[in-house]
Every structure is written in structure tokens, then in C-alpha cells.
Design a binder for this molecule. Sequence first.
Ligand code: GLN
Length: 491
Amino acid sequence: MTDLTALTITAAQDGLRRKEFTAVELADAHLTAMERARGLNAFVLETPERAREMAKASDARRAAGNARPLEGIPVAVKDMFCTQGVRTTACSRILEPFVPTYESTVTSNLWRDGAVLLGKTNNDEFAMGSSNETSCFGPVISPWRRKGANTHLVPGGSSGGSAAAVAAFLAPGATGTDTGGSIRQPAAFTGVVGLKPTYGRCSRWGIVAFASSLDQAGPFARSVADAALLLRSMAGHDLKDTTSADRPVPDYPAAVGRSVNRMRIGIPKEYRFDGMPAEIEALWEKGRAWLTEAGAEMIDVSLPHTKYALPAYYIVNPAEASSNLARYDGVRYGLRAPGGEVIDMYEHTRAEGFGKEVVRRVMIGTYVLSAGYQDAYYVHAQRVRTLVKKDFENCFAAGIDAMLTPATPSAAFGVGEKSSGDPVEMYRNDLFTVTVNMAGLPGIVVPAGLDGQGLPLGLQVIGRPFDEETLFSLGAVIEKAAGTFAPERWW
Ligand code: GLN
């Protein structure tokens, strides 16, 4: 039998359909791979019993002729998604003992469609970070290494565990959340496909809240077609999330392979920054050539407020985070540190339960929302956000169908390289991704090449609201031209 962990979702579906293997065998192959890869620290909880039980039920449904769209497909779930009866921590000490009594809408949609839970993946604490180094379970090690070196690299963040699991063949697909780039940046660092849908496309219900006006769930996979399959199941209207969109879910997989002839692709000049590595510029150029060859037209556009997006994001994001995290008081969830008076108990619990980056966000958020400063910071940042969004709207109104940009300012960096010094160093990683969250737009990252050190680099395509289909069509063109990339196994 072929190595079942090497299969894409699409190939695994074919094999299951043809009865070449069972869902239980498929799950077992991945569980074994996970066990061997524990050194990567991609999973914070493996759920082998649950996986086998779900796979068995899946095999029974198939045998009865009731196969569903993702029947028997194993997936890894970021530890930001509440999973009923399965510990969910957001990788924070404050939620360490938390076992939800409910299931997030996105994951229950996956189970409804026949998918199988392999385990919960590591992430930055409360999804705050770009390297997966703020997790209370320790960093994730990327399966990628620089040519001829064995320095441990970060997989990106905050969904570093999901990205590493998919890149290292521990799962064919995974869920992530993206508030400022947390799906797209790790996808770029690990050479996999990652998509952040339009705000409202996936329900946020049952996902640990970080910055509610920016958070969106989305898929990781090793092909554009697989990402489309996963999104079709994850997306949809949900009465439990008033910001989820009441619109039908298109047949995303049908958009893969569709012609992009005559599409008008915007090339935003503000995404070229001083000191941009030549390799990133060259990759972008290649992307333009591939899309041109497929019949699309490249048009230089301007998004003049781009440079304000990152600073505005780092006001809006902590503001929302500080109010969302007010609920962790030692009473309602998770950890409680004893103290004399109730206020002491709150303070001890939060001091013990939250890591450094979380404390920083709570402090900044509380400051920018405090009386006297709110207008100068928070209200101002919201105005900037509107301008960032308008820049995109103007381009789309002028007939631009999508934008092509680099995904990240560099390839993956080393563990510890950026986490000890100035936090702004880390925040700069989100340069090309936060604009998309600020504007509520969909964005896909597709692996597009390797740098001189053999590390993956990605390209990003940003689309009109609710036009994920165009992203899948354009993403498939890039994928076809660039090929796919996998790390050499050393773990
Ligand atoms: N790196 C960004 C941050 O720390 C984005 C995180 C995310 O998208 N969850 O806020």
C-alpha cells in the first residue's frame, strides 16, 4: 500500500471511494506519523481514540452508501476551536484545564461532513504572535531547515502547529484562525496553502475570541483544491454568530481550474518596501508572469493608506483583545489562583495565567480604550481602518478582480531570533497580511518557490468580499506553475 500520509485530501477521497483502504487505516497512518513527529511539538493534544471512533463510524456510513463530502478525511484542529469533551486551551495556562461542553460551528460542520479529528494543534497563546513561540506548550519546530544547517526554524504563527502538521504530512488538512495573518504567514513559512475567508464567511461561534472584528477561521492544505474542499464544509451562515453572512456557500472546488483569462490583477505599489529582499521581489515578478501567461492582465494600483494599516491594527487588535480577555477572571473558566479578597484572586489568576505577549496586549488595549486616550488612539485607528478598506474598494470599483502581493517580507526565521528583543520586530511580519483583516477581505497564500537557502516562500492573492472562488482559480494557476514543495524528513 502507498504511504497514506502522502495523499492529498482529493487523492485520499478517491482511494476511500475505490476501497483501497479504510478511513480507520487512513487515520492510523496519520496517528503513527504524529507519534514519530512529537519533536516538532505541532500537536498539544492527540486524540487517537476519538479519531479511530470517528473513522469507524465513517467507514460504516460509506458501507451503507451514505458517504458525505469529507467522508473519512483526517484533520487537525487549532487549539482555538472549542471541541466538545476535548481539552481546548488556546495554548494559554489560564485555560489549561478547560474542557468545552460545546463544539465550535466550524468544527461541527467538518464532522457533519464526515471528517475525522486527529488532535488539537499548537498555536501562539490566544493566537497572539507570528512565530508560535508564545504558546504555553512551547514553540513548534518547523519541518523545514535551511540547506546544510540544522538550526530550528519557526513555522510562523499563530497557527504554527496546523501549518507544521500539514507540511510534515501529519494531517492532510487543518483548521486555523487568522486575525492579522495567522493562517497566511505560517502557510508561506511552511510551503502549504492557507486561506483567510471574507469576514463573516465562517462562523466564529465556539472559537476562542481574540479580536472579534478581525478573527476568521480558514483551512490549511497541501493543494488549492483541498483548501477549496475544506472551506466548502467549514463556511456557512450560523444563527449563533450575528456577524456570519447569510449567503449560500458556492461550490468552491468547481472554481479550481476555471480560466482566469482577462482577469484584472492589481499590483499594489505600496507593497514594495525599502530594503525588500531581492528574492521576494523576484518571486512577485514570477507570479505576475505566471498570471499573465494564463491570460490575466497586470495593472499597477495604489493603496495609499497601506503604511498606516500595521500601526492601526496594533491598536484595534489589543483594544478588542483586552475586552475579550476580561472574561478570564478565575471564576468562569480554567485556572484559579487563590487570593484573600476577590480582587486579589482576579489579579493572581491573571498574573499566573497569562504570558508576556498577552499581558502586553491587555495593557496596550486598556490604555488605548481608557478615558482621555480613546479618541486619540482607538477612534483614530478605526478611522484609519476605514481608509484602508476604502483603498481596496476604490480599486475593486475600478474593475480590479484581485490583487497579487508577496505573503511575507522574508522566509522563516530561527526559533528565538525575533522573540527576545523588540516586539515590533515580530509585528513587522504582518506587514502584507493585516491590511486584509482590517478590510475584511479574503486572502489566499500559495507556495510559489524556495529561497536561496531552500526555504519556502509564498504569494498572496487578495479578493473582493465573498469572492473566494476567484482566489481558488488564481491560486490554482500559481500552484500549477510553481509546483509543490515538501521538506526533507529529518524528524
Ligand atoms: N501576528 C498577528 C498578531 O499577533 C496576527 C495574529 C493572528 O492572526 N491571530 O496579532
